[in-house]
Design a protein around this ligand. Sequence first.
Ligand code: URA
Length: 221
Amino acid sequence: MKPRLSDPARRYLKQVRDIFGDELFLNFKDPDSEPLANPGELDAFHRDICECQKCPLGQTRNKFVFGVGDSNASLLLVGEAPGRDEDLKGEPFVGRAGFLLDKILKAIGRSREKDVYICNVLKCRPPENRDPLTNEVEQCEPYLLDQIRLIKPKLIVSLGRVAGQTLLRVDKPLKSMRNVIHDYHGTPLIVTYHPAALLRNENLKRPTWEDFKKIRDYLEA
Ligand code: URA
């Protein structure tokens, strides 16, 4: 049987022919031809914002913690905010929790230099590691959105309850944010446990490993 076009499709093609003639140009977007992020662009963005004073944390920080990793990473990990070690070094996840995160990444064949980018919702440390305040998130989240626009990750993984709640604008426990592929401004987002929580509670290691196996499979699909 001859395939038949629907009426709206016929009308559309007729209109195109009336305007452009008999040749049909199709403009399908080829994901492989998407321009890769230029590492220079991310560095330039870092230089542009590293003196930020948009919220009071600019006054109390030691170092602005922009992020670290591969500017073309398919996996973007997002924590809540730098802690003491990160504030001193200017790099996210460098304390004990960071060491554990590196081990988890290695188990899925990645590292902070290899197809992974790591950053936080807030780029400056809140005093005494308290949770981010609404005003701080409002000022800082646009930086994260710009990082996402430049890196174009396939998947965002937010680490811990606070990062998950902050990005998704929900007040749910971590358990109910897990095992769902959320949408964060057009990029798929998964929530899993914060590595610091695994240091406090060994029982969380297994479910976290389950999450990271799913993350690996999602990225390889
Ligand atoms: N916890 C976070 O959420 N981010 C860091 O960079 C370090 C610890």
